[in-house]
Design a protein around this ligand. Structure first.
Ligand SMILES: Nc1ncnc2c1ncn2[C@@H]1O[C@H](COP(=O)(O)OP(=O)(O)OP(=O)(O)O)[C@@H](O)[C@H]1O
Ligand SMILES: [Mg+2]
Length: 246
C-alpha cells in the first residue's frame, strides 16, 4: 500500500475499462509505478496492452476505479492540464502517428518546438537522434516515403527528444530487426538512467528475456506483476547525467 500518492508516477486502484457491451478489457487492475522504474507490458494480442498505455497517456478514461498520474487525480484534470501533463510524457504509438505534412526531422523536433526550444537547439538534437537511430540519410523524407521500421524509429526519436519524465512505448521494436531492437532498448536504458520512467508494451519475447526488467502481464483483463528488479539510481548521478546525455 502506497502512503504518499504524490510520489508515484502511476497509481491505479481497481481500474476497469470497457469499450462496448460492458465486457471489461481491463478488469479492476491495480498498479503502482514509482519514478525511474522500467517495466514491460506483455500479454497476447487483444489483451489490452494498448488500452493500458492509452489510459496512461490520458487518452482513454477509466470507467471505474481510482487513477492518478504524477500524483494527480485523472478525473479532476481539465483539458489544458492534460495537455500540460502530456508535455512530460513521451509516447511511441503502435501506429506511429507521424504528422504526414512534416519531414522526419520536423516530426522529431516537434515536441521541442511545442515547449519553446530555440531553432538551432531543435535542429541539432533532432539530427543527433535521427543519426542515432540510423536515419541520418532520411531526415528530409516525409513519412509516406519511409518504411514501417523507419517510421517507427522516427516515432521513437520524437518520443524521447524532450527527455520526458515518462516514456510509453507501444511495440517500439515491432517493425525493426534484432540489431536495431537492441540499440533502441539501449537508448531507452540511457534515458531511464537519467530518470525517465519507462513502460514498454511488447510481444518481443527475445527483448523481454534479454533485458531483465519486471513485466506487467495482462491476461483475461487482469494485470499480473512478474519479476522484481528495481531500478533505483542515485539522485546526484541523475543530475549529472541529465546534463550530459545527447
Ligand atoms: N476503440 C475501440 N473500440 C472497441 N473495442 C476496442 C477499441 N480498442 C480496442 N478494442 C478492443 O479491446 C481489446 C484490447 O485491445 P488492445 O488494442 O488494447 O490490445 P493489445 O493487447 O494492444 O493487442 P495487440 O497486441 O494486438 O496490439 C481488443 O479486443 C480490441 O478489439
Ligand atoms: Mg496493441
Amino acid at each position: 500500500m502506497v502512503k504518499d500518492f504524490k510520489k508515484t508516477i502511476v497509481y491505479a486502484d481497481q481500474v476497469t475499462i470497457c469499450y462496448q457491451d460492458n465486457k471489461p478489457i481491463l478488469d479492476q487492475i491495480s498498479l503502482t509505478l514509482m519514478p525511474k522504474s522500467f517495466h514491460f507490458v506483455t500479454g497476447s494480442s487483444g489483451s489490452g496492452k494498448t488500452t493500458l498505455l492509452k489510459m496512461l497517456y490520458l487518452e482513454q478514461k477509466p470507467d471505474r476505479g481510482r487513477f492518478l498520474l504524477f500524483g494527480q487525480d485523472r478525473y479532476k484534470l481539465t483539458m489544458p492540464e492534460i495537455q500540460k501533463m502530456r508535455q512530460h510524457i513521451g509516447v511511441v504509438f503502435q501506429d506511429f502517428r507521424l504528422l504526414p505534412h512534416l519531414t522526419a526531422l520536423e516530426n522529431v523536433a516537434l515536441p521541442l518546438k511545442i515547449i519553446g526550444a530555440k531553432n538551432h537547439e531543435m535542429e541539432t538534437q533532432a539530427k543527433e537522434l535521427l543519426d542515432w537511430v540510423g536515419l541520418a540519410h532520411q531526415m528530409n523524407a516525409y513519412p509516406h516515403a519511409l518504411s514501417g521500421g523507419e517510421q517507427q524509429r522516427v516515432a521513437i526519436a520524437r518520443a524521447i527528444i524532450t527527455k520526458p519524465d515518462l516514456l510509453l512505448a507501444d511495440e517500439p521494436t515491432g517493425n525493426v530487426d534484432d540489431v536495431i531492437a537492441v540499440k533502441i532498448m539501449h537508448l531507452f536504458e540511457e534515458l531511464n538512467k537519467i530518470g525517465t520512467t519507462i513502460i514498454i508494451a511488447t510481444h518481443n519475447e527475445a527483448v523481454v528475456s534479454r533485458f531483465a526488467y519486471p513485466r506487467l502481464h495482462l491476461e483475461k483483463g487482469k494485470l499480473l506483476e512478474m519479476g522484481n528488479v528495481t531500478n533505483k539510481i542515485e539522485d546526484d548521478y541523475l543530475y549529472v547525467a541529465k546534463k550530459t546525455l545527447f
